[in-house]
Write a protein that binds this ligand. Sequence first.
Ligand SMILES: NC(=O)c1ccc[n+]([C@@H]2O[C@H](COP(=O)([O-])OP(=O)(O)OC[C@H]3O[C@@H](n4cnc5c(N)ncnc54)[C@H](O)[C@@H]3O)[C@@H](O)[C@H]2O)c1
Length: 453
Amino acid sequence: MKVSIIGTGYVGLVSGACLAEKGHEVTCVDVDAAKVARINQGVSPIYERDLDAMLQRNLGTRLRATTDLRAAVLDSELSLIAVGTPFDGREIDLGYIREVARQIGAALREKPAYHVVVMKSTVIPGTTDSVVRPILEQASGRQAGRDFGVGMNPEFLTEGEAVGDFMDPDRIVIGGIDAASIAAQERLYAGFAGVPVIRTGCATAEMIKYASNSLLATMISFSNEIGNLGATLGGIDVADVMRGVHTSRYLTVTTDDGRALRPGIVGFLEAGCGFGGSCLPKDVSALAAQGAAAGSPMPLLGAVLEVNRGQPARMLDLLGRHFPVLKGVRVTVLGLAFRPDTNDMRESPAIPIVRALLAAGAEVTAYDPAAMEEARRVFAGETVRYAPSLAAAVREAQAVLLVTRWEQFRTLPAVLAGGATRPVLVDGRRLIDPGAWTPYEGIGRSVAKGDRS
Ligand SMILES: NC(=O)c1ccc[n+]([C@@H]2O[C@H](COP(=O)([O-])OP(=O)(O)OC[C@H]3O[C@@H](n4cnc5c(N)ncnc54)[C@H](O)[C@@H]3O)[C@@H](O)[C@H]2O)c1
């Protein structure tokens, strides 16, 4: 199938490379000419495992990138819209979506053949039907459902695991305004045999995406709230608490041959220094805002966000147990990306943590295995020192804050042992065994009152 993908960011580029790998002829479109040039050279602008190899395998045969949206739409049967939908504090900004819908509509004016336009960006329920469809109709002078199809196919990939998630999805949600719009998407995903497909309307497809992310965010904030109370009361360790919670048969299934299957959702039942990224904070905020605007407030989601906003400060509280005054203290922040295996720092908890440390007068050193270039951009003009390696980052530190759950940080006790100082380790992800390093502080963990050495 000939497919054009408009917007070549995390979602657009991964979708494009993976759909080409599945045998489709894909044209990726972006307004960013530098990004397009980089992709055409086989170099991914984002750090994502296996993506460069996949680009190189398909470029020149089934995959290409361009800035020419019109030509890409005219030369394809189906267009996926994958541009950004940032949240401006009140609502999601549909500016990019509107612009792309207008441009696709204008191209369809010149195209007599049937075409299907599918929304892949995350948009609040109702957007495809009540915003995108009318713009397409107006710009094309044609009628949706008769002259062209409209669909909504939300994306569930997780950054850092995006290629694997796309190639081996747990479900495919296909929303459409009619049977033809749904059938076209079924052809797009024909190569994903055995994956459950949910066929539905566009607004329901949009809500599935928001409900999914809201559930994950709720579980994280729930764990953090329990951890925060445990830390206040003393003598409670949230890691043990959550282990006790999720080994319940409601959450951990025992198979007939006696194996315990730990479902992925359990990974969200872990206390930490907060969720970030381009999706969870934005999607939960956008849905809560839509609920409020529609006269159906969502107090639960409001609380999920409030708990999350407070988590980065917990890291400084733990540090404050050892350094009541941070002025001049050498603090190393480990992990800047919002999660491991990505260089994406959007809404990363590391950002407020670094800024709070700087505001308190600490001397901040930062290290991340993938996000150093991005960090230099985010903290441009701020006095952050960047270390070339984990060992160099911690060598002179008086305190080390572990913020992102990178696997390589598990070696931290051994690395710290080789350093020149004996820093306090503040573990924001509960990655390190508390017994493996002293002095240790872990989020959601407190020793019994009076036991502190
Ligand atoms: N990043 C994720 O993990 C993820 C996962 C699932 C869903 N989503 C959703 O997918 C959408 C895209 O997210 P992303 O992270 O890929 O965004 P992104 O910011 O990485 O990429 C968007 C791209 O669109 C391009 N663009 C903007 N206007 C354009 C135009 N008029 N024509 C062509 N290209 C244009 C930008 O240059 C950019 O490269 C968002 O709605 C997001 O919420 C993201």
